[in-house]
Design a protein. Structure first.
Lengths: 405, 387
């Protein structure tokens, strides 16, 4: 069993891009340019249109996790009274905030906060803590969870709040958000989203040119630079490389025999080991709900641009109920020719995880689709049991192999 | 407690002794019963539609069936309530209502709908940002949507009926607030355990019946003489507490519970009247403006300062945080609450509980140690105040 991965050439550009982003934001701390901390599902286009630098504590949390610095930061937060049961991104962020520790000595301080609860209710509480600590304005976008279709009233509710946000952000930034500026930003965002979606779609090829373990790393620009030209440039370069791989039949996992889906956040501190484990079984993670969450289309030329933003931000995967999630996973399985799906039951993310057992039951019992549930956490390695996880992966892969013969 | 008071509490105890027997009996008599999670549910709307509203708690012994559908890191309320439904103990319900509360309850709503059959299943998108006119407008529309759903199942709900239901519930909440006021003024008059029994039964039986019993009890207590209450006075705060055993354990350790911030407590009755011609708008404004649960966003609201102010009003010597294990909203606020109390010199104790499990030994030990510590700080002053 080998488990060798083919390195991505464009990756060095990613490191450079992210370094520029964080260094640029750090440098802006001492200038008049405003910095906003923002949740990963918030309409960042509004910030770009006001020339505000968006900073993503969740991305920073992931960075700390991948660099194996999360646990010590979590411990700082826990020593200040934060429970070990709350989100490990939040604990990582609080630890960094309280100790000015973590990569780059912490994040540049916010001038204001923008929180959108379309990814979870946890961010509401997280940003309330940030608001008290930094004593800066907290702008809030309430996107009601959709157990079924979005009603016109729900979309209107979100739209009305976006209208307010345009005022508020323009006011804080000292430069009003103009219709044209917002339109241009939305166009750039829409284009990046399309390219990101097309890039993920390339993974439907057999063999898949890219592994979800790669997309988890390369997701950073679409999350933090959506609405900027450099985001588009980056994904165009990455797409070119992947198209070349497809043309030459290069597999992300050499000798690919199995194709799996992944649900929920990555396990940041075990990315390498997990990737290797699956690759040893000739399994490629060809699709992930987490990566495709940022491929949510938005149409800048819609009749009512703000209504379109409201619709788009309301209907993200994680803001939709279980029926929708079952459908999404089922469609993903068909589109990417998946042999099974791995559900990461992430102790830190109740919004994403609770309901997965029902997903598993439905896929397994009603659709005869193999499912592996892994009990883990995105950042807290203290609750991760290597031997148990590896044994479950091995057993699952043996089962899949038996199904194929 | 006088013999008379003990008699007046008995009917409430009888209801809590077999929590869903009263509702089950009502269903057997042909009445429709609606079950709901979370006190952001406007019971008035269900009542006006002809239902007997009852609150769904986790009154199950274990969580064997639910564990197959929910991870162990879902809170005990979610797991134990689901267990109750999966084991058929809620099969008398015609309707279940899930208002938006937190990440856990939001996902529970879907798991429940897909695995528990027999009742009409309604989700209600209660806004999270409770302080905005946009939210009021949206919530009105959402309540109208639910009204239409209920009307389709039971016939139209007249504005007058809705207004009458609101009036009934306002009267009930006012009476509950009076009960709390009596205790604050005269903490020895009724134990915290009994108060929680009164509160819990209010969610488990027809409101009209509860109101009648409540009026009798409150009148008797209001004319009762000052009762001795020795021991440290504590204020209890958290999401909810479905078992009076926990409050009893706090009192057995020597504390006197003087007030609370629980949604099986004062928070449930903090819904105030609103002068609106349209009853749906009144409901929207009443529920959004109530003292918030930690799962809500009210700009500028500090749970720490709120608990401190309320604990001081009740002349509490300390605060006991009764948190449900894995309840994120309260856990996020805890460091701030502890800090605000500390700065004000108010000692506090954090206890995590599993709703469906009896207080473990460690609970008793920790409360006893806290009671001793607070007693040593304040004991002398208390004795003077109550003698």
């Amino acid at each position: 069993m080998s488990g060798e991965r083919v390195p991505i050439k464009t990756a060095h550009k990613l490191m450079q891009l992210m370094m520029e982003y964080y260094m640029g934001a750090k440098a802006a701390e001492s200038t008049d340019r405003k910095i906003a901390w923002v949740t990963s599902g918030a309409p960042v286009e509004l910030l770009h249109a006001a020339n505000v630098i968006p900073i993503y504590p969740e991305n920073y949390g992931a960075l700390c996790g991948a660099q194996k610095m999360a646990v010590e930061l979590c411990e700082v937060a826990e020593s200040h009274g934060f429970s070990r049961d709350i989100c490990s991104y939040a604990r990582t962020g609080f630890g960094s905030m309280l100790s000015e520790g973590g990569p780059m000595g912490g994040l540049p301080k916010p001038d204001f906060l923008l929180c959108c609860n379309n990814i979870c209710g946890t961010v509401t509480k997280w940003y309330q803590v940030l608001q008290r600590y930094y004593d800066v304005p907290l702008l809030y976008l309430d996107t009601p969870f959709l157990h079924g279709e979005a009603t016109p009233e729900t979309i209107e509710y979100v739209r009305a709040q976006i209208v307010d946000l345009i005022e508020q952000i323009g006011g804080i930034a000292g430069s009003p958000i103009e219709q044209d500026g917002l339109y241009q930003t939305l166009q750039l965002a829409a284009k990046a989203i399309i390219i990101w979606g097309e890039l993920l779609d390339l993974m439907a090829h057999k063999p898949a040119p890219m592994n979800s373990f790669d997309t988890f790393i390369h997701i950073a620009p679409i999350v933090v630079m959506r609405g900027e030209q450099r985001c588009i440039d980056y994904y165009e370069a990455l797409t070119a490389e992947m198209k070349e791989r497809v043309a030459n039949g290069v597999a992300a996992v050499p000798g690919e025999q199995f194709r799996l889906g992944w649900d929920n956040l990555p396990v940041w501190f075990r990315m390498g080991a997990l990737s290797k484990r699956f690759a040893q079984h000739k399994a490629c993670l060809a699709a992930a709900t987490y990566a495709s969450a940022w491929a949510q289309p938005i149409d800048p030329d819609a009749d009512d641009m703000l209504r379109e933003m409201a619709r788009s931000y309301l209907t993200v995967y994680i803001n939709c109920g279980l029926d929708q999630r079952v459908q999404t996973l089922r469609r993903m399985a068909d589109k990417f020719f998946l042999d099974g799906v791995v559900l990461h039951s992430d102790r830190s993310c109740k919004a994403y995880s609770l309901g997965q057992y029902e997903l598993a039951r439905t896929l397994r019992d009603e659709m005869d689709f193999p499912v592996l549930v892994l009990e883990a956490d995105m950042n807290d390695s203290r609750v991760y049991a290597d031997e148990q996880i590896n044994a479950r992966i091995d057993a699952f892969m043996e089962m899949l192999a038996a199904r194929k013969t | 407690m006088s013999p008379n008071t003990a008699t007046l509490v008995e009917p409430f105890e009888a209801v809590c002794a077999d929590p869903y027997a009263t509702a089950r009996a009502a269903a057997a008599e042909g009445r429709k019963v609606a079950g709901y999670l979370c006190t952001y549910t406007p019971e008035e709307l269900l009542h006006a539609a002809g239902y007997v509203p009852v609150r769904i708690f986790g009154y199950s012994d274990g969580t064997q069936r639910a564990d197959g559908l929910l991870q162990a890191y879902a809170c005990s309320l979610a797991r134990a309530a689901l267990e109750l439904a999966l084991s058929g103990q809620l099969d008398f319900l015609s309707l279940t209502v899930f208002p938006h509360t937190c990440d856990t309850i939001q996902n529970l709503a879907d798991v429940w709908r897909r695995n528990v059959s027999g009742a009409l299943h309604v989700t209600l998108a209660t806004p999270v940002n409770v302080e905005s006119e946009h939210a009021v407008r949206f919530y009105r529309a959402e309540l109208e949507r639910v009204r239409d759903l209920l009307a389709a199942a039971n016939g139209p709900i007249a504005d007058d009926d809705l207004a009458a239901s609101i009036a009934l519930h306002n009267e009930h909440r006012a009476a509950m607030r009076r009960l709390y006021a009596v205790r604050r003024a005269n903490p020895g008059v009724l134990s915290g355990r009994d108060i929680l029994t009164v509160v819990l039964s209010s969610f488990l039986m027809p409101k009209e019946d509860h109101l009648g019993l409540l009026h009798e009890l409150v009148s008797a207590l209001e004319s009762a003489p000052a009762a001795p209450a020795t021991g440290p006075k504590v204020f209890v705060a958290g999401a909810l507490c479905q078992s009076a055993d926990y409050i009893a354990a706090i009192e057995d350790a020597g504390c006197v519970v003087v007030d609370d911030d629980l949604c099986t407590g004062s928070r449930a009755f903090a819904v105030e009247e609103q002068a609106c011609d349209d009853p749906i708008e009144a409901l929207a404004r009443m529920y959004l403006s109530r003292r918030p649960c930690a799962s809500k966003h009210r700009p500028g609201h500090s749970f720490g300062r709120d608990v401190l102010a309320r604990a001081r009003d009740a002349k509490a010597d300390g605060v006991v945080f009764l948190f449900t294990k894995f309840c994120d909203p309260w856990a996020f606020d805890y460091p701030e609450m502890r800090e605000v109390l500390e700065e004000a010199g108010v000692p506090s104790l954090l206890l995590e509980i599993e709703q469906h499990v009896a207080p473990p030994e460690q609970f008793h030990t920790r409360v006893a140690a806290f009671a001793e510590m607070v007693g040593a700080l304040h004991g002398g002053a208390n004795e003077r105040a109550t003698s």
